[in-house]
Design a protein around this ligand. Structure first.
Ligand code: SF4
Ligand code: SF4
Length: 544
């Protein structure tokens, strides 16, 4: 079994590699960006027509609510041979790796075999999503022309169930025959074809998901991909318990198959945040969508940010007939200026994989910029006198002797976290943590001098770090007094999440030729073992 050649963002290594490349592109000049862009994948909707009538499909051939004129144009515009000929040279010049043909039902475009052959001549791999109902001969021809992967949609292997879903009698039998033929081509004739079976999960077939998985495994594909109908993701999330995930994983293990795509999908499928951009991480951290920068999604009429956008009938970024540089500029403008978190299509339907990749790319770019800033802004701390050290130790001694008991946990939003202040407070409330009081800390530098006075390193370096804090931070901070009884573990989990979402600012301090790294979190809660001492410090300075 070979892993899919499709550079799917479900794979961690592909996410990492691409996010790293996006980071380099984002930091290049606009001119370099246009010249250097390499394309990972083109998703080509070669037709919007289809011969099936799946109950969950919102394709234009079934969407009676669509504007009739737009619908007619979509259904009548197949991707033409002339369009393809013009594009393939441009894509190849930008080192395109993969073209994914889809639709509608892609095999209804009569040029498909030529499209695949031309891609193969240019060294570009071709993959196809099909409903599996075309004739044996056509699939064989496509493989012979160079098709490297075929994804066939089959939501159930029970003939009557699937035929009902697809709205066409006999569809299931035909698809299973084609699958058998393809497996034979792969295993007996030695053809280099990867076969993936796609199964859409909705409220009708969720209960049978385990038997569906087992019967799909019996068909012996190279991998399986579960998809959830976006409109029903809430239902699937509510209904599918953790035990469903465990059972599916255990069945997969027992089958002895190495199906990385399926395993990833089982983990991702039932999460509450699997669809849309409404979760906290996406809302506060996904500033830009970088998907269209190295991918193209298009049909005969327009270029879209992604296939979700096209499927939900969003407007194209630019017309298909525009020149490559013009397309790239329009896409660059979309990446820079379109806030997907406010876009109704993205907000509800963006998939887990795209979101995950975007979070990673945004994080890498932000971290890089922070690091660059830090490197250019090294703070040099001068020699520290013995008197200063003595003074600090004495004051610290005094602080730790302040009496008091902990009755409320607290959290501090530090100056660097002020951009996220409302996001932080909103999320605390969302997590059921009530904020009793907000108290501004006006002299944060003095406050931090004590708060960050930790044991374990030489007094000189501690003092150097504290001096650096004082040199950097002149702004206010805010002290949040939280209600009683919030478990410390919960606060610590939230702290970790904030650090992941908002990243860290890193600064470098030089003292006696030694560099110290200071990390800033935007959000501070006391350490487990220092909660009492820190609470005293807070009380002492804030008079509470
Ligand atoms: S095969 Fe695909 S395009 Fe055709 S009706 Fe089913 S979901 Fe829609
Ligand atoms: S749906 Fe997701 S991938 Fe598509 S444009 Fe919106 S944010 Fe980007």
């Amino acid at each position: 079994m070979s892993r899919s050649k499709n550079p799917d963002l479900i794979y961690d290594d592909i996410v990492q590699e691409r996010a790293e490349r996006i980071k380099r592109l984002e930091l290049a000049s606009k001119k370099e960006l246009l010249d250097k862009i390499t394309l990972d994948r083109v998703t080509l909707f070669v037709t919007h027509r289809c011969n099936l009538l799946c109950r969950y499909c919102n394709g234009p051939h079934l969407d009676k609510l669509m504007d009739q004129n737009k619908r007619k144009i979509m259904l009548e515009s197949d991707f033409s041979f002339e369009q393809y000929k013009r594009f393939i040279d441009e894509w190849s010049a930008h080192e395109l790796r993969n073209i994914h043909f889809t639709g509608g039902e892609a095999t209804l475009n009569r040029h498909l075999p030529e499209f695949i052959a031309m891609a193969a001549e240019k060294g570009i791999s071709s993959t196809l999503t099909t409903n599996g109902t075309a004739g044996h001969g056509l699939y064989r021809k496509l493989v012979d022309r160079g098709l490297s992967e075929i994804r066939i949609s089959l939501d159930s292997t029970v003939d009557s169930d699937f035929d009902e879903t697809a709205g066409v009698k006999g569809a299931c039998r035909k698809i299973k025959d084609n699958i058998e033929e393809l497996v034979c081509m792969r295993d007996k004739e030695g053809k280099d074809i990867c076969l993936i079976l796609n199964a859409c999960i909705d409220s009708y077939n969720l209960e049978e998901i385990e038997s569906t998985m087992r019967s799909l495994i019996d068909l012996n594909p190279d991998d399986i991909k579960f998809l959830v109908v976006a409109e029903q993701s809430r239902f699937v999330h509510v209904k599918a318990a953790r035990s469903t995930v465990d059972r599916l994983l255990s069945d997969l293990k027992q089958s002895g198959k190495d199906y990385p795509l399926l395993e990833k999908k089982i983990h991702a499928l039932f999460r509450k945040s699997s669809f849309g951009l409404k979760d906290c991480a996406a809302r506060y951290e996904m500033e830009h969508c970088y998907i269209p920068l190295t991918e193209r999604t298009l049909d005969a009429r327009g270029i879209y940010p992604c296939s979700i956008y096209l499927r939900y009938k969003g407007a194209p970024v630019i017309q298909t007939d525009a020149g490559f540089d013009e397309q790239q500029r329009a896409i660059d403008d979309f990446v820079e200026n379109h806030d997907c978190r406010k876009d109704e299509i993205c907000k509800d339907n963006c998939t887990y994989c795209c979101k995950n990749f975007n979070l990673e790319a945004n994080r890498k770019i932000r971290d890089y910029r922070n690091l660059k800033f830090a490197e250019e802004n090294v703070i040099v701390v001068n020699e520290i006198s013995q008197d200063e050290i003595r003074g600090l130790l004495e004051t610290n001694e005094k602080i730790t002797k302040i009496n008091g008991t902990i009755d409320n946990p607290y959290a501090i939003i530090k100056p660097q976290g002020f951009d996220y202040r409302f996001a932080i407070m909103e999320y605390l409330e969302e997590q059921g943590i009530r904020i009793l009081k907000q108290i501004p800390i006006e002299d944060w530098s003095t406050f931090s001098l004590y708060l960050y006075f930790k044991e374990g390193r030489s007094p000189e370096s501690r003092l150097a770090r504290n001096k650096a804090h004082r040199a950097i931070e002149h702004n206010n901070a805010i002290y949040l007094q939280l209600e009683k009884g919030v478990p410390e573990k919960k606060i610590f989990r939230i702290k970790r999440e904030f650090r992941e979402w908002f990243g860290e600012q890193v600064r470098f301090v030089k003292y006696k030729d030694e560099m110290f790294k200071i990390r800033f979190n935007c959000f501070h809660v006391p350490d487990y073992d220092r909660i009492e001492a820190e609470s005293r410090v807070a009380r002492y300075f804030l008079g509470i």
